[in-house]
Design a binder for this molecule. Structure first.
Ligand SMILES: [Zn+2]
Length: 328
């Protein structure tokens, strides 16, 4: 690669002769942007980084135009982990710890977020262009698994009925992951992605038993990939090292980036959701409300006039009746 600037990359691939697809991702620059904004304990970094790779893998895998929000609600020292990824592979992430949390560097997922068995894994699919009244799709599952990969595999099996295997690894430098998925079968035949015209013929000649064998073989190859190897090896090397015996079709690379979607309008919307009473109450002893974005640190300030305007625009009739509230 010489002096080429290394960019975050997501690589999709397909087994030419088997109904199995895969993805590899490496996120370094975007991950650094997340870490630059807050200091996380080592164990939290690992899990948030793994979620980051997983969110990019799922986002590229599900044919869905919108934002995937991946959350872990914890009942231990870590209260919340959130990673969001949109269809353009723009990512943001944050974690919230309990104020007095003491977190060992080798703490497990269970110790961090599932101490009393009340931890929850939540995936929300929020479509880009929602119909009026349309709610985002949300799946909530218990944290059944020792690591992020297992939790997501269980979720995918339950909600999408797809055999999916994930390998995830993260440290302070990079977040990497691999996904293998058995393509959905219809009447014993695999449904190949439209882009893989040449592979379709080969796949259609496979019966269900062959397809199962191919999936098992792909899994066996994937199983040779260790955590440390995943963490320290670039995508091209991994693809070759793991699947050199297979005929693999590699698609155009995609490039994940860090991007925060926060805006003043959205923060205003959040204040509106709190309700006029609560906002006015909070403003009693303050000149203005100050809100920092949890994801990017952007600072927002709403003074009394700003807040009055928030509620004025929502209830124009009332504003006409009580214009004094708008003056200051
Ligand atoms: Zn932000």
């Amino acid at each position: 690669m010489g002096d080429a600037i290394k960019v975050d990359t997501l690589q999709k691939f397909l087994f030419e002769a088997a109904p199995v697809r895969g993805e590899l991702v490496e996120i370094s620059a975007a991950w650094q942007q997340v870490l630059a904004r807050r200091a996380y304990p080592h164990a939290v970094k690992t899990i948030l980084g793994e979620m980051m790779a997983a969110a990019a893998l799922l986002s590229a895998n599900l044919k869905f135009d919108g934002v995937i929000v991946m959350q872990i609600h914890g009942d231990g020292p870590v209260r919340l982990l959130v990673v969001e990824c949109d269809s353009e592979l723009q990512l943001r992430a944050t974690a919230k710890m309990k104020d007095d949390a003491i977190i060992e560097s080798d703490a497990t997922l269970g110790q961090l977020v599932n101490q009393h068995g009340h931890g929850r894994f939540v995936i929300t699919l929020d479509p880009k262009d929602k119909m009026p009244g349309q709610q985002p799709y949300q799946g909530i599952v218990p944290l059944d698994g020792d690591n992020v990969a297992t939790v997501i595999e269980n979720y995918m099996l339950r909600s999408e009925q797809l055999d999916t295997k994930l390998w995830l690894a993260a440290d302070a430098t990079v977040s990497r992951g691999m996904l293998l998925q058995r393509l959905p079968q219809e009447g014993g035949h695999a449904v190949a992605p439209a882009a893989a015209k040449d592979a379709t013929a080969a796949i259609e000649t496979l019966d269900a038993a062959d397809a199962g064998d191919a999936w098992d073989r792909a899994l066996a190859l994937g199983a040779t990939l260790g955590q440390e190897e995943l963490l320290t090896t670039d995508i091209a090397t991994l693809l070759h090292r793991l699947f050199w015996e297979e005929t693999i079709r590699v698609f155009d690379a995609r490039y994940p980036t860090f991007h925060c979607s926060c805006t003043r309008e959205k923060v205003g919307g959040m204040l509106k959701m709190l309700g006029r009473e609560e906002v006015e109450d909070a403003l009693k002893d303050l000149d203005s409300l100050e809100i920092d974005c949890d994801f990017c640190g952007q600072h927002y300030e709403f003074d009394k006039v700003d807040c009055a305007q928030l509620f004025a625009t929502e209830e124009p009739v009332e504003t006409l009746q009580s214009p004094s509230k708008l003056r200051h």
